[in-house]
Design a protein around this ligand. Structure first.
Ligand code: NAD
Length: 462
């Protein structure tokens, strides 16, 4: 560890210790003992935000961006330390991405019609206080990204974060409120409770002052939110296949897929979770993965041992989620050098390490007899989540056929999965991909309601 790394690690330890001591202090920059109090505080803050100019909102957002960059390393280290998941270097990049590429108020656009009968506008107005539920896989990234978008839309937000990432989430929420106060805004633009539970989540979902809920997580939470009787944005689970056909640049496909799969130890919901390769190039692809991309080829016995460790009683072992390949292999008694970053093997699509959304760098390869078979197997593996899929092909007819068949919110062609969220690809960033409810990649406008504003017979100056 270098001197700088040691300094940041010391700061993280100090912050984590202080947060332990401060866990009884309530009302501090958005943190409350009780969900009702948190919602009340966010409601008061929203009254102020609602009267602020767009420029005022943008000043707060700029300060949140600045603090996110300044605190990226601390947030990254806290996230890894608290959840035991992910990779510090990649989490730093994710925070920088949130700061730089999450859309702000520029995303709130107006539609206008003018003519003989006057002027009509569609303006995007705030919902008020939004309830947000966030995952442990991208804890502070999601809190920051959601807040920027929701605030740009004129809302404030109450979070019920994953309990396993509460310290990291609270650090981000404190930082957001400090940024607001420094920029002339109110405290409590983002609020939470000290100890989030299913009860606090239920209070939030049923509260009369919450009109929109954004849920980022697995199928359970999305179903709960969509059953709440409130409007819900459901950003649910995925199991993205990467299809490789015979027209692809096979060597580059191996590099892109392994880069995407291993990013933050495979935690992002968009990351490549398995490969479907047509028979004629499957061996060549695996050759490059193993010889050039740091993939460890697991034997049948090693696959069985990994399955037993990763899937405890048919359920995903949380102790394996977000771990690196070397650690996972260590759990089954296999020692590998540091350059090993991914585990691969060939298997049928039904293999538990292939069919399950693992969120760890295990990348099974399914062989398909031809392109149509590859599409069919990929669609099966995506499990109807309609979330993300990827393809490596130079045949636009094949790409089009796959895109229509798999029907996902995200489809990356000829690149690593993270290009979808603006990292090495065009477009904005988000950590809430509303696969279930159809908003797709959420941004500020997703958190607004459409309001029609009509002036009759005047204000048309054409
Ligand atoms: P998780 O589903 O265990 O938890 C997510 C959040 O939901 C947590 O805050 C948790 O406390 C809460 N929760 C879970 N069940 C609930 C219920 N019945 N009622 C109310 N709240 C409930 O997921 P996780 O392990 O934190 O994150 C990983 C999962 O999230 C993966 O499936 C991944 O694909 C998905 N995810 C999706 C997106 C997206 O944008 N679509 C982004 C990140 C993660």
């Amino acid at each position: 560890m270098s001197v700088n790394e040691q300094m940041v690690q010391d700061i993280v330890q100090e912050v984590m210790a202080k947060m332990q001591i401060a866990s009884d202090v309530t009302g501090s920059h958005g943190v409350f003992a009780d969900m009702n109090e948190a919602i009340e505080a966010a409601k008061k803050a929203q009254k102020i935000v609602g009267k602020m100019s767009m420029d005022g909102r943008e000043k707060i957002i700029s300060n949140i961006r600045k603090k996110t960059v300044e605190n990226a390393e601390i947030l990254a280290r806290m996230g890894v330390e608290e959840t035991g998941m992910g990779n510090v270097g990649h989490k730093i990049l994710k925070h920088q991405l949130v700061a730089e590429k999450t859309p702000g108020t520029e995303d709130i656009t107006t539609t206008a019609w003018s003519g003989d009968r006057g002027l009509t506008l569609i303006e995007m107005g705030p919902f008020g206080v939004i309830g947000a539920i966030t995952p442990c896989t991208n804890p502070s990234e999601t809190v920051l990204c959601n807040t920027i978008g929701m605030l740009a839309g004129g809302n404030t937000v109450v979070f019920n974060p994953h309990p396993g990432a509460i310290k990291t989430s609270i650090y981000a929420i404190n930082m957001i409120n400090e940024a607001s106060i420094e920029a002339g805004g109110p405290d409590n633009i983002a609020c939470t409770v000290q100890k989030p539970t299913l009860d606090s989540s239920n209070i939030m979902m049923k509260h009369k002052d919450i009109h929109l809920i954004a849920a980022t997580g697995g199928p359970g939470v999305v179903t709960a939110v969509l059953s709440s009787g409130k409007r819900g944005i459901g950003a649910g689970a995925g199991n993205p296949p990467a299809l490789v056909d015979e027209t692809a640049d096979i060597r580059k496909a191996a590099e892109d897929i392994v880069n995407g799969c291993t990013f933050d130890n495979n935690l992002p919901c968009i990351a490549e979770k398995e490969i479907v390769a047509v028979d004629s190039i499957a061996d060549e692809l695996m050759h490059y993965m193993v010889s050039e991309q740091g993939c460890y080829l697991a034997s049948k016995e090693e696959q069985d041992a990994l399955t037993a460790v990763v899937m405890k009683d048919g359920r995903l072992n949380r102790k394996c989620v977000g771990r690196d390949a070397k650690t996972l292999l260590g759990m089954i008694g296999v020692t590998v050098p540091d350059n090993i970053r991914c585990i691969t093997f060939e298997g049928p699509k039904e293999h538990p390490l292939i069919a399950t959304e693992l969120m760890m760098p295990i990348l099974g390869v399914v062989r398909a007899k031809d392109f149509d078979d590859a599409v069919e197997q990929s669609v099966w593996l995506e499990h109807g989540n309609r979330h993300s899929a990827h393809i490596h092909s130079k045949n636009i007819d094949n790409i089009t056929k796959y895109a229509k068949a798999i029907d996902t919110a995200i489809l990356v062609k000829n690149g690593p999965s993270y290009a979808a969220i603006g990292f090495g690809g065009e477009g904005f960033c988000t950590f809430t991909i509303a696969s279930r409810t159809g908003e797709g990649l959420t941004s500020a406008s997703s958190f607004t309601k459409r309001r029609r504003c009509v002036m009759t017979d005047s204000l048309c100056i054409r």
